[in-house]
Design a protein around this ligand. Sequence first.
Ligand code: NAP
Length: 317
Amino acid sequence: MNHPTSGQPELLVLRPLMPAQMEQLEQAFQLHRYDLAEDPEALLHEVGGRIRGVVTSGAPGFQAAMLPRLPALEIVSTSSVGTDSIAVAACKEKGIHVTNTPDVLNDDVADLAIGLVLNALRRLGDGHEYVRSGQWSQRGMMPLGRSLKGKRMGIVGLGRIGLEIAKRAEAMKMDILYTSRNRKDVPYPYYATPVELAANCDILMLACPGGADTRHLINAQVLDALHPEAWVINISRGSVVDEEALINALQRKSIGGAGLDVFENEPHIDTRFQQLDNVILFPHHASGTTETRSAMSQLVVDNLKAHFRGEPLLTPL
Ligand code: NAP
């Protein structure tokens, strides 16, 4: 379907949306499936000049190197709130709009963050394995976990998702502390740096954006400030953590452990993580529910339709 027959705006799909929203796109636009192309280069060569919109997500993102191949591009719409993999500045320089999907994923991501905390302190995965492997009947009671109640959760990045995590943690009777670039109008104690926050918490919860500004924000110095039973939970981006320093801390057991939804090199993560017994690993799936992925997909469709109707974008960057 690469011929400009319909008169509809032509979109390049780098990563598809949910099926129902792909149907909506197919009705309103002419789609070119870069993601399915046997020869993506040949596809770009053939249709690149006619592409007016790009549909993508956090992975594969959208690289500036593609811009010269898409001279008619007007909008890049990503099904992600994180834009660290999208060449936002390069797009804006050329007057190309970028939209993302804020808010609709806050609840699921916050739920997963709390799930990782529960898993860490109450050892859900260990308990599952204890029963499944028959150890319960052979050894009796499994080792004790730790309470959430009264633990101090230090949130790095008290934005949309961070605030939802805080609300849930409060409901579990945890104390909330935070660091952000700016102090917020919230009743939680503010710490100016991640190091100070780490020195005062039991759970270091990472909920800030990825990208150059936060690269390795959580480094050896921050990890050294944590006490030996403290956990790092990361639902932000892998780039936020210096993984070499984290693996070192986990191997030395200078911290209690790490619950990780995101990694520096996804999906080919550092294999040392798989050797450790003080980690909980999750495949970058904090927003991975049918409901949320549908809502994110719908926001992509609605932004694209709004743009090509000349209406205001719903969630521009
Ligand atoms: P947001 O509303 O923009 O909140 C981000 C927060 O991070 C803000 O409070 C911001 O502080 C803070 N921040 C930014 N740079 C910082 C720095 N250098 N040091 C400390 N704090 C900093 O974003 P959001 O919607 O909550 O999303 C946050 C991130 O979560 C996304 O960018 C994405 O990478 C990640 N995410 C992951 C998943 C997943 O599947 N694991 C899903 C969704 C989102 P100020 O307000 O003071 O500027």
